[in-house]
Ligand binder design. Structure first.
Ligand code: PAF
Length: 281
């Protein structure tokens, strides 16, 4: 496993791989890996000849007062996990390497980023699309792997790849959950034992919505109201949003039909967690 910090070094490895005709699988991450990340890496290993995982806590996608400084970082632990998960190279650039002084170019996907997390975290997706474009340009992957847990991110990135004719495929890997249903997230590490229990309301509210839809409920407001009631019963929880939107255009449907995203963002104490389920109605 190679650990690479410089863009030039990453580029020469990519040149060498390309000249040998090796396909490149890419897993962009912000590090502090959990099973969800490792599932992406295993999928990349199955589908491509050489797996690059990046670790970069991207300051551009954090707003003022968010957790950029506290975001968990442990490169040593991640690189040890990389060895075991079939990753061939870890690309871990510094902030200076990615955004040298006077950096001034940004990538923005419109409309899809006005809602859900884009609404609560203005500028977040501009940061994501900018850094992912830069990473794609550096790593030049054939396939990039992202988790369904970040449902809006995946939809936005797919749109970006299509609109900008980027020469790669995006693959979505299902959300990995703890045995009790909590979606894996690096931010779960912020939770106290009490908050960890409370965090289950995200999964419970999504499961309740899915159950209502499965048993024939088609009134979107009634489903959202049930979800809100359930979350509000948890004293440590504060709702950021509860949404039911069509996929992939993320519009509020007049009636429930086709591929539909049920998405929640909830503060548990000071930690903002997101989760979602996609149902075919
Ligand atoms: O999903 C993440 O961890 C980040 O948003 C990503 C895609 C690595 C960009 O910084």
């Amino acid at each position: 496993m190679q650990l690479i910090h410089s863009i030039n070094e990453m580029r020469s490895l990519v040149r060498e791989l390309r000249s040998r005709g090796t396909t490149i699988g890419f897993v962009p991450t912000m590090g502090y890996w959990h099973e969800g990340h490792l599932a992406l890496m295993r999928e990349a290993k199955n589908k491509t000849g050489f797996v690059v995982a990046s670790i970069f806590v991207n300051p551009l996608q954090f707003g003022v007062g968010e957790d950029y400084e506290e975001y968990p970082r442990d490169l040593e632990r991640d690189t040890a996990l990389a060895e075991k998960s079939g990753v061939d190279a870890v690309f871990a650039p510094s902030v200076k390497e990615m955004y040298p002084q006077a950096y001034s170019t940004f990538v923005e996907v419109e409309k899809l980023t006005d809602k859900l997390c884009g609404k609560s975290r203005p500028g977040h997706f501009r940061g994501v699309t900018t850094v992912v474009t830069k990473l794609f340009n550096i790593v030049q992957p054939d396939i990039a792997f992202f988790g369904q847990k970040d449902a809006q991110q995946v939809i936005v990135l797919q749109k970006m790849v299509t609109d900008l004719n980027m020469n790669l495929k995006i693959e979505i890997v299902p959300t990995v959950r703890e045995p009790d249903g909590l979606a894996m997230s690096s931010r779960n590490s912020y939770l106290s034992p009490e908050e960890r229990k409370a965090a289950l309301v995200l999964y419970h509210s999504l499961s309740a919505a899915k159950k209502m839809i499965d048993s024939g409920e088609r009134n979107i407001e009634a489903i959202k109201e049930e979800m809100r009631l359930l979350i509000n019963r948890e004293p440590l929880a504060r709702i950021d949003y509860v949404e039911i939107l069509s996929v992939p255009d993320l519009e509020e449907p007049e009636s429930l039909k086709g591929k539909t995203l049920i998405a929640v963002a909830v503060f548990i104490g000071r930690t903002r967690l997101i989760d979602n389920m996609v149902v075919e109605v």
